[in-house]
Design a binder for this molecule. Structure first.
Ligand SMILES: Nc1ncnc2c1ncn2[C@@H]1O[C@H](COP(=O)(O)OP(=O)(O)O)[C@@H](O)[C@H]1O
Ligand SMILES: [Mg+2]
Length: 369
């Protein structure tokens, strides 16, 4: 932090009522003019509550992921934001405008569907230009816009190809171009990478992030893949059973998960029943969450370490996943450099443990919060 920023925050601290608290509503999330603001979104389908009183605020220019397991309600939420599904109740504002009463075609948003939904008989250029044709834009104007957006997604050379003749990654970019050509204020993508192979996924997620930042477009991406969400997003809303469990930056979700669900879903975790005290696990009713990187190994005794036996080793490329048996627990650790073997004797210390009670984080490293 620079000196200037320190001074500014100190100033704000002296006068909290002036600017800090002014825009906040008395109850509910902060109102803002830009971006997306969802309040009290609710949907029952087939007699079941699928989306349960959901609030979400996305700042202008921000990329937010809705991350959660299959069936938790991500697509349903996105379809309501886009206007393809009517909410039972709740409000959806885009750049300060209430849109929940508008049809999809009249909303300032554009959606990229999970299966791309390209028209097979149309060329790439026709597919991309179609939303503009619907808006009765002139042919030359459509052509100019389509060329510009195909250039942006590096597909100009394929403008006359049919979708079946191009690769999955290219089809994905056509679907993205068809959304971007509408110059939406809000871009919505449903599992945009799920149909691509692992290597291409990394490339395309970088492409999407770069284009999103270049255009500064407010974006909501639905995904069940935590690595994808972590690598692309400014913030992640972790969803579970129609609710948002936690809404934070990728770093904060990993370092300070508020619930056991979030801790388990984001990253890797040893889950042990017990109590954590002085580096040792004893019997207890709580759930302990220990990240594998917080299990430290050494080949001779060191502070906090207990003897441990290597039971299983799983090669993971640049590191090994090592399953250990210690007197108080079975633990998993990540090891780089040294090659470990099953049966090997070692020493293991637990550097940090999260304590969950009734699913909520109550303590970190054994010390009460
Ligand atoms: N039209 C529908 N009628 C009944 N149940 C539905 C309907 N659409 C979705 N659901 C249910 O809502 C839940 C959430 O679905 P969805 O939003 O597609 O989940 P996700 O995208 O997170 O995998 C699922 O249990 C699904 O079966
Ligand atoms: Mg889905």
């Amino acid at each position: 932090m620079t000196t200037h920023e320190s001074l500014t925050s100190a100033e704000l601290h002296d006068r909290p009522a002036a600017s800090d608290n002014a825009p906040a509503a008395p109850d509910g999330p902060t109102l803002s003019n830009g971006g997306l603001n969802i309040r009290g979104l609710h949907k029952v389908l087939g007699g079941r509550t699928i989306i349960d009183n959901l609030d979400l605020a996305v700042k202008e220019g921000e990329l937010v992921s809705l991350l959660g397991p299959s069936g938790c309600g991500k697509t349903t939420t996105l379809r309501m934001i886009a206007g393809f599904l009517e909410p039972d109740s709740g409000s959806i504002e885009v750049e300060g405008q209430e849109v929940s009463h508008l049809g999809a075609e009249n909303r300032p948003s554009a959606m990229v569907f999970q299966n791309y939904a390209l028209w097979p008989h149309m060329t790439v250029a026709k597919n991309v230009g179609f939303p503009l044709k619907l808006r009765k834009m002139s042919k030359p104007a459509i052509q100019a816009k389509v060329d510009a957006v195909l250039e942006l997604v590096s597909l100009l050379h394929h403008k006359d190809s049919k979708p079946a003749r191009i690769s999955g990654g290219e089809q994905q970019r056509v679907a993205l171009a068809r959304a971007l050509v509408q110059e939406p204020k809000l871009l919505l993508l449903d599992e945009p990478l799920s149909n691509l192979d692992a290597k291409l996924r990394v490339k395309v997620r970088e492409d999407i992030r770069n284009i999103q930042q270049e255009l500064g477009i407010t974006t909501v991406i639905v995904t069940h893949d935590q690595e994808e969400a972590m690598s692309m997003s400014d913030r992640i809303a972790v969803m579970n059973a129609g609710r948002i469990e936690q809404y934070s930056t990728p770093e904060a979700l990993y370092a300070r998960p508020e619930t056991e669900f979030v801790a388990t879903f984001i990253g890797s975790m040893n889950r042990v029943e017990g109590r954590f005290h002085d580096g040792v696990i004893t019997a207890g009713p709580d759930i302990l969450g220990i990240r594998p990187e917080d299990v430290i190994l050494g080949d001779s005794p060191f502070a906090g370490a207990l003897p441990a036996t290597v039971e299983r080793v799983v090669p993971r490329g640049h590191f090994q996943e090592v399953y250990l048996r210690r007197a108080d627990a079975q633990l998993r650790s990540f090891v780089t450099g040294e090659i470990m073997r099953p049966g090997q004797q070692t020493y293991a210390a637990i550097r940090k443990a999260m304590t969950f009670r009734d699913g909520r984080l109550v303590a970190e490293a054994g010390a009460a919060r």
